[in-house]
Design a protein around this ligand. Structure first.
Ligand code: SF4
Ligand code: SF4
Length: 60
């Protein structure tokens, strides 16, 4: 299972929420949280679309 992390640079813009094809992210407070990491297919769309490069996806 890929490891998905969001760092403190996240602004809560929600781009990753709407970009991820398997709905890994949810906004909690003012940041995105990878609440559904188990479904991640490591497509890396979130990492390229995040405007502040706050997301890291580490493949197994
Ligand atoms: S796209 Fe980036 S900045 Fe926007 S909510 Fe997701 S992690 Fe945060
Ligand atoms: S790599 Fe793809 S499937 Fe995984 S969290 Fe990012 S957008 Fe979603």
């Amino acid at each position: 299972m890929p490891k998905v992390t969001v760092n403190e640079d996240c602004t809560g813009c929600e781009v990753c929420v709407s970009t991820c094809p398997v709905v890994v992210f949810e906004i909690q407070g003012d940041r995105a949280e990878p609440i559904n990491e188990k479904d991640c297919i490591a497509c890396l769309l979130c990492t390229t679309e995040c405007p502040v490069n706050a997301i890291t996806v580490e493949e197994d």
